[in-house]
Ligand binder design. Structure first.
Ligand SMILES: *[C@@H]1O[C@H](CO)[C@@H](O)[C@H](O)[C@H]1NC(C)=O
Ligand SMILES: *[C@@H]1O[C@H](CO)[C@@H](O)[C@H](O)[C@H]1NC(C)=O
Ligand SMILES: *[C@@H]1O[C@H](CO)[C@@H](O)[C@H](O)[C@H]1NC(C)=O
Ligand SMILES: *[C@@H]1O[C@H](CO)[C@@H](O)[C@H](O)[C@H]1NC(C)=O
Ligand SMILES: *[C@@H]1O[C@H](CO)[C@@H](O)[C@H](O)[C@H]1NC(C)=O
Ligand SMILES: *[C@@H]1O[C@H](CO)[C@@H](O)[C@H](O)[C@H]1NC(C)=O
Ligand SMILES: *[C@@H]1O[C@H](CO)[C@@H](O)[C@H](O)[C@H]1NC(C)=O
Ligand SMILES: *[C@@H]1O[C@H](CO)[C@@H](O)[C@H](O)[C@H]1NC(C)=O
Ligand SMILES: *[C@@H]1O[C@H](CO)[C@@H](O)[C@H](O)[C@H]1NC(C)=O
Length: 898
């Protein structure tokens, strides 16, 4: 059930280590848009209309599509068309001035390839969605204005003059070795050509861009001058420019703007007008032979008012290098670049260049812009806020200065603790050393915490034996086996499933609707039909024999036995990670945990035949075997808690690993079998396997190291500067304030009552002579006063030590031992004070309430003092030395005390 709480993140991480792709992130377009280059395209409103082009499968195509830009992204739609023209590639398209018609001009088709036919023009009417061809241009005769007929061509340029609606047609290729140098003006209203003067340079793969001031700028391309010089790429330093106002060609020299570089010569690039006078040039290639082709993805901007090139450094992720792409500005800001190719790679991605920021963007959400310019209002506001803050701080200092001083004092007294007799340098060294050790400790702490935070994840493989294991989904695609019209034709592809104990599992095999989604295989052997084996949840493979569904699956393939060059492609998925269930909408109660993006990525890889794990191909007339292990991979989630080290937050992702073995084809196979091949599928082991990701170091591990080093440092400090037992008071006592503090002090006072004269041991000296230098004036204290004061001090001393420093257990034991030894007679003796003294027992066991003779009940543990017999220091002192009570008699014995 934990499967239901998986997050999309980990699924993505699992299925596709998604590379950082440069294209506009709309994965569904990558699945629906074809891979093409040499597409004829024209801008219409906020759309690019595309016709034809070369794909991986066919050299020519005739799809008509619309790529429309919206504020949130792009849509790719197919436009309906009647009288569809022949499939073509490398033609050019122009949308008429009124936006109602599109002209497809030139391009190669199967019929016109290498044929000297008149220039092919087809018109598409967006209103009627019908194509028409006005090929009376075939018959253009030689007269004054129309001298000859332009011949059909490709990789030429067609440029619409938005003011007149006329189309300039320049140069292009007849075939791979013959190219044109002619220049024409086509009036689409009459379909009449006018031959214009030409710069007499044969070229193709160039671009022609008409600026707002009427200059037709020819960029790049491969050229042969009329003198049949060596075919070269046209230089970018010298451009042919046609002035449409004066009908004159000029040659202009260009330069690179300061700190910019000139573009290298290129062909098959794109050129798009922005802001009326600037031309953005993207991509292109060196027009090399297939073995020497080099494509680029650089961007240059030509300012046609100054004829300078700039080479802006582009932010974002660069698109793939390509030639023959389509580029249009569909709004004022973003340049949309799509399709194109480089050698074997054709592209179907959309790349968006933000011309405001010179960066490639993945979506239209504008990057946040930070403004550091401060307005006067902000400055005034901040100043006022500062003044108010200052005043508040001053007030607080004035009001609570007392507490601050107190705080400083507390901290000082907590740190600065010289022992009496210790010179100041000793204490200073101790404190310096302590700070140094503390510093070392914190450095170590930081190191250990950092180690825990940067610790790598390791994966534990946990296997537990199981009686039965799950069965994966398996997709079989027949590649190159046609389906015959008669549904009962035995040559139709099909799959039978059995287990090794005869159970038929064919009911779990279902055909997939290839018009919903069809994978592509690079071998292109022919028609593709796919089947999905997706068993019920309770269909499992068992390790034991007997009443079960078996331990091995056997798939038998049927198809046209006369076909020998076909393949059957297998892919295996954990049931809950089967993208097919989502794509073909199979709702059988097992939820599919894949995100839409993950499914789209998978489809994209399928279209390009890029899958590489858990996919195998079976040749006809072979026997093959596949083993699988279904895993539960528990990925650590990227949450801070996982650094702590217990109860990690993970999410389980079902995964599968497979192994495959196949034999070579048996030429005699068809003689003995009605089928075309067999695959056996077995679990690789009867275990449930869990891959658990754990952090190598966690904070919990770090705690151990920290404790060790802490002890070491403490020991070092004690070794160097002696051991100082901490005060029995903890931070709670020391730092308590108010009532808490008062109650603590009251408790002390009540329990350790002293007279002022006796002073507090360790704080006040025993006798004044220890603190004064004037020994002649020691006051006039009687001997008995002095003795009683010393007694009292002794008593307080003992009480304090007992309460705070000394566990009196051993003393009590001694007492008990004495009692036991002396027996009843001693008890009798102890009734008299003298006996007590003889026993050297000065203080009775505090808890020994049984002894009725006990004189003292000095339960420091806080019981309320009994009314009589309590050893009340103050009382006794008040009674003074003249008291003749038992108590005094006992304690006045000087020898036992001193
Ligand atoms: C044709 O579309 C362009 C935008 O591509 C627009 O500027 C122009 O006004 C449109 N012309 C007509 C006649 O609708
Ligand atoms: C291409 O044209 C040739 C003859 O020029 C023809 O034999 C062939 O069938 C055509 N191919 C297609 C796909 O139309
Ligand atoms: C165009 O030329 C073809 C043959 O070349 C001819 O049959 C046709 O009548 C001509 N059309 C016109 C309008 O002259
Ligand atoms: C050009 O030829 C066409 C067809 O022969 C003819 O109708 C037209 O008048 C001619 N134009 C001129 C300027 O002679
Ligand atoms: C291109 O056409 C010319 C003239 O028809 C021909 O001589 C040449 O062989 C053709 N080149 C290719 C590569 O087909
Ligand atoms: C362009 O440069 C060439 C040499 O590179 C030079 O001969 C020519 O005069 C220059 N043209 C202009 C208009 O400056
Ligand atoms: C076009 O003009 C806008 C506004 O003036 C400017 O922000 C933009 O950078 C210009 N584009 C180019 C390519 O210069
Ligand atoms: C396959 O899917 C298409 C729609 O994508 C549908 O029109 C067709 O009927 C489906 N075929 C079958 C056999 O379900
Ligand atoms: C075999 O599988 C079927 C479902 O595929 C299930 O109904 C049946 O209980 C299984 N039999 C055994 C013995 O497990």
């Amino acid at each position: 059930m934990t499967y239901q709480v998986f997050s999309i993140l980990a699924l993505l991480a699992f299925l596709f280590i998604s590379p950082s792709v440069g294209y506009y992130s709309q994965p569904e377009l990558l699945v629906t848009m074809p891979f093409k280059e040499g597409v004829a395209a024209a801008k219409r409103g906020k759309s690019i209309i595309t016709v034809g082009g070369e794909t991986n499968l066919e050299s020519y195509s005739n799809n008509l599509n619309q790529l429309e830009q919206w504020p949130t992204g792009y849509t790719w739609t197919s436009l309906s068309q009647q009288n569809t023209p022949p499939a073509s590639a490398y033609g050019r398209a122009v949308v008429s001035k009124d936006n109602n018609t599109m002209y497809l001009i030139g391009g190669i088709t199967n019929a016109t390839n290498n044929q000297a036919v008149p220039l092919q023009i087809y018109q598409y009417n967006f209103g009627t969605t019908a194509w028409s061809s006005q090929l009376n241009t075939n018959n253009i005769t030689n007269n004054a204005s129309t001298t000859t007929t332009p011949l059909n061509r490709w990789l030429h340029t067609t440029t619409l003059d938005p003011n007149t609606g006329n189309i300039y047609i320049y140069a292009g290729a007849f075939n791979a070795s013959v190219m044109y140098a002619d220049f024409w003006l086509l009036d689409p209203t009459t379909m009449a050509y006018t031959s214009l003067p030409s710069p007499q340079i044969r070229r193709y793969g160039h671009t022609a861009t008409l600026t707002s001031n009427g200059q037709l700028v020819i960029l790049g391309g491969a050229m042969i001058s009329m003198t049949y010089d060596q075919g070269l790429l046209a230089p970018m330093t010298q451009l042919q420019v046609f002035d449409t106002k004066s009908n004159q060609w000029t040659t202009v020299n260009t330069t690179a703007a300061a700190n910019n570089v000139m573009p290298s010569p290129r062909s098959h690039h794109t050129a798009t007008l922005v802001n009326g006078t600037k031309i953005i040039m993207f991509g292109g290639d060196n027009n090399g032979s297939p073995r020497e082709l080099i494509a680029v993805n650089s961007v240059y901007i030509l300012d046609t008012t100054t004829w300078t090139w700039t080479s802006p450094s582009m932010g974002g992720i660069l698109p793939s290098r390509r030639g023959n792409a389509v580029a249009e500005m569909l709004d004022d800001r973003y340049l949309t670049i799509t399709f194109g190719g480089s050698g074997q790679n054709l592209y179907n991605d959309i790349n968006v260049l933000d011309t405001f920021t010179n960066s490639w963007v993945q979506n239209f959400v504008a990057p946040p812009s930070y403004s550091f310019g401060l307005s006067t209002g902000v400055i005034v506001g901040v100043s006022i806020a500062c003044v108010i803050l200052f005043l508040i701080i001053c007030f607080l200092l004035w009001k609570f200065g007392h507490y601050l001083r107190w705080l400083v004092m507390r901290i000082h007294s907590d740190i600065w603790k010289p022992r009496s007799g210790e010179p100041i340098w000793a204490e200073t060294t101790r404190i310096c050393f302590q700070i140094f050790l503390l510093f070392i400790f914190f450095v170590f702490l930081a190191f250990v915490v950092r180690q825990a935070v940067t610790s790598p994840n390791i994966t534990q493989n946990i296997q537990q034996s199981a009686a039965s294991v799950d069965v994966p989904d398996i997709r079989f695609c027949f590649d190159g086996y046609p389906t015959y019209p008669d549904a009962n034709d035995p040559r139709n592809p099909g799959i039978a499933c059995q287990t090794n104990n005869g159970y038929t599992c064919s009911q779990f095999v279902q055909p997939l609707n290839m018009s919903v989604f069809q994978p592509s295989f690079a071998d292109k052997l022919g028609p593709i039909s796919c089947y999905l084996f997706r068993p019920d949840n309770f269909f499992r493979m068992s390790s034991t024999s007997g009443t079960n569904n078996g331990s091995r699956l056997i798939f038998t393939f049927y198809g046209d036995q006369s076909i020998t060059s076909s393949q059957i492609h297998m892919s295996a998925f954990p049931r809950s990670m089967d993208p097919n269930a989502k794509i073909y909408n199979i709702n059988d109660g097992t939820p599919v945990l894949l995100s839409t993006d993950a499914v789209l990525n998978w489809q994209n890889a399928e279209i390009n035949d890029l899958q590489s794990t858990n996919v195998f191909s079976v040749s006809p007339f072979t026997y093959a075997a596949m083993s699988y292990t279904l895993l539960d991979h528990q990925y650590l989630q990227d949450v801070g808690w996982n650094y702590v080290g217990f109860l990690p937050v993970t999410n389980s992702t079902p995964e599968i690993t497979t192994n495959f073995r196949k034999e070579s084809a048996n030429p005699q196979y068809a003689q003995g079998h009605p089928d075309i091949g067999v695959v056996a599928v077995t679990p690789s082991s009867y275990t449930t396997t869990t891959l658990r990701e754990v952090k190598m170091y966690t904070l919990l591990n770090a705690l151990g190291f920290v404790g060790g080093i802490f002890g070491l440092l403490i020991a070092l400090q004690a070794w160097l500067f002696g051991y100082r037992p901490r005060s029995p008071w903890g931070v709670v006592h020391r730092w308590s304030i108010g009532d808490m503090k008062r109650s603590l002090l009251r408790g002390l006072q009540r329990k350790f009552k002293t007279t002022d004269a006796s002073g507090i041991p360790l704080v006040h000296p025993v006798h004044k002579r220890f603190s004064v230098t004037d020994f002649n004036n020691l006051g006039n204290e009687t001997e008995s006063q002095r003795i009683s004061r010393v007694e009292e001090r002794m008593q307080v001393m003992e009480l304090l030590f007992k309460a705070y420093y000394v566990d009196d257990e051993v003393f009590r034991s001694l007492d008990n031992a004495n009692k036991a030894e002396l027996g009843a007679s001693t008890l009798r003796q102890r009734a008299s004070p003298a006996a007590m003294l003889n026993d050297s027992i000065v203080y009775s066991n505090l808890n020994n309430a049984n002894a009725p003779e006990e004189k003292f009940d000095m339960d420091v543990k806080g019981a309320k003092p009994a009314k009589s017999g309590d050893y009340e220091l103050v009382e006794r002192h008040d009674a003074s030395s003249t008291s003749s009570s038992n108590h005094s008699a006992e304690h006045k014995h000087p020898t036992s005390l001193l």
